[in-house]
Design a protein around this ligand. Structure first.
Ligand SMILES: C[S@@+](CC[C@H](N)C(=O)[O-])C[C@H]1O[C@@H](n2cnc3c(N)ncnc32)[C@H](O)[C@@H]1O
Length: 211
């Protein structure tokens, strides 16, 4: 039987928000791939590990070589289906060799913290990319949920949205370190966020009212 890649979503970070099925796959993995933070939290002695840094071809080569003898568990933050290594894995390996265990996306977790339904939200990623202009345009009643990075952070995104017609008094929630002890939810406005210190690698939720 061919060995498989199990892509396990680990949620926003705290082990309490990892699905039991993902925790079991990670615990039982002979070969474990993940970011440095995830490996520090979840790897056990005796597991063969590879840290995902920037070099995706090297990660793919390691997985391909490992699959000759073992299943490989790849841990990704949040949900694998929402901006994760799964994209690159799908380009490299046939779908029959990939199993996905879902996780709680950081976006989903942010809306939960705000007790805000997200079925009408426009979900966007600024993580290493810029969303399409039509998704950023101001529309009355529009609700945005956004991944950020270091360049596109709470300050630069707030300024960018105001340049696209969003009123300065629009409400924004900047959700950092979700699920961890030092989690913060900063409720502010676009105007204030644009002139305040940048918060990076967080989730931003923007709306005219929290209703
Ligand atoms: C490469 S994306 C991964 C998204 C992930 N697949 C998901 O479903 O949440 C990384 C971005 O997710 C967001 N993120 C992940 N974990 C987070 C957390 N604990 N608190 C706030 N934002 C988080 C940040 O915007 C971060 O820059």
């Amino acid at each position: 039987m061919e060995h498989r890649i199990i892509v396990a979503g680990i949620g926003p970070g705290h082990p309490a928000y990892v699905l039991p099925a993902a925790a079991q796959a990670i615990r039982e993995a002979a070969v474990l791939v993940g970011g440095a933070r995830a490996l520090a939290d979840f790897a056990r002695l005796g597991q063969r590990i590879m840290i995902i840094r920037g070099d995706i071809p090297a990660v793919m080569a390691f997985i391909r070589e490992s699959l000759a003898t073992e299943d490989v568990v790849a841990m990704v933050s949040g949900d694998p289906g929402y901006y994760s290594l799964l994209d690159a894995l799908r380009r490299e390996f046939p779908p029959e060799r990939i199993s996905v265990i879902p996780g709680i996306s950081s976006i989903q977790f942010a809306f939960a913290r705000l007790a805000l339904p997200w079925h009408d939200a426009t979900l966007l990623s600024f993580h290493g990319r810029q969303p399409a202009e039509e998704d950023l345009a101001y529309l009355p009643g529009r609700l945005l949920g956004m991944l950020t990075d270091t360049k596109y952070n709470s300050q630069t995104i707030a300024a960018l949205l105001m340049e696209r017609g969003w009123p300065p008094e629009t409400r924004a929630a900047v959700c950092s370190r979700l699920s961890y002890e030092d989690e913060t939810i900063w409720r502010t406005t676009l105007e204030e966020a644009a002139r305040s210190e940048a918060r990076k690698n967080c989730v931003m939720v923007v709306t005219e009212s929290w209703r």
